[in-house]
Design a protein around this ligand. Sequence first.
Ligand code: DQA
Length: 155
Amino acid sequence: MRSEILDIFNILVLHGPNLNLLGKREPSFYGLATLAEINAMLQREAERLNATVECYQSNHEGALVDAIHRAGEEKQGLIINAGAYTHTSIALRDAIAGVKVPTVEVHLSNIYQREEFRHHSYIAPVAIGQISGFGANSYRWGLYAIVEHLRQSSQ
Ligand code: DQA
């Protein structure tokens, strides 16, 4: 019989370039919530879900690659909004494929309603799924999705 105590899942939330500007950056696409507010919301949700989240933002591709490698050692799941690197970075894609940490890709805006160069994601083929277009709630649903995926796979 399985224990009544739920597993705790440790999740890394990675924010890529320019997401430190949330709140004042193109609010018609990205909304008014700041990154600090989104991270605080994720902390609250994680507590309810019996998970932990560590949030990290960088404008540098290599720093994001290093963070993914660390997640491979320390975390059970990854949520990533790679920002513009979504559409350019084979390095981020290879890092995710290399560490094999289940990953949910999120975007605040609906990337398929925007310029054509945003329609292609290098991350999507190595992610378990993608959530795009729900503003800050994309992160919330992303957290639900990764926790549910980890619960199902640990049964
Ligand atoms: C984004 C979409 C990307 O195309 C863009 O470069 C970003 C943010 C989003 O969350 O909607 O920086 O990832």
